[in-house]
Design a protein around this ligand. Sequence first.
Ligand SMILES: [Zn+2]
Ligand SMILES: [Zn+2]
Length: 177
Amino acid sequence: MSAKIPLPSEGAAGGESAETATATCYCGAVQLRFPTEGDGFVETFICNCTDCRKISASAFCTNFIVKQSATTHVRGREKLTKFAQDNTIATGNTMQNHFCSVCGILMYRISSGFPDMYVLRLGTVDDFALHEGKLRPSVEQFTKDRVSWFHGGEGVKQYEGNYYTGGKEWKSMHEKL
Ligand SMILES: [Zn+2]
Ligand SMILES: [Zn+2]
């Protein structure tokens, strides 16, 4: 077993030179394959918003966004259970959260504001080297809500509030900040 993969995860794939990688839940029942480059990969960002704190059961989230059209469910799609609400989303969008019904891990979120995207969590990516490389965050948002003992991502562009354009669309990492 690779040292990069803390739990046995059948079919795990990744690598800096590959165009895609896998993301797997904690128990291994649900696995996705997503693009790590090109048009299908949009952004990795740190979010300190109060919703991310609550749903992560932690102090902040490291998320990344990929296009649904470029992402496939390798296994376990039928094991995903959904919960949606809009009370704690700063944009007012409804977030539909898709959890593994076996181990409870949040695999992805779909926002009503950009329904053709998946918002995934960095920690689900099997190849941990990608967390440092291709999937390293470039943006940090809601720094106004950040806990006082965390000073933000190093070399990451900081935003006090939301990093959306007009509250709706994500800027691509390919655009100039
Ligand atoms: Zn699971
Ligand atoms: Zn957030």
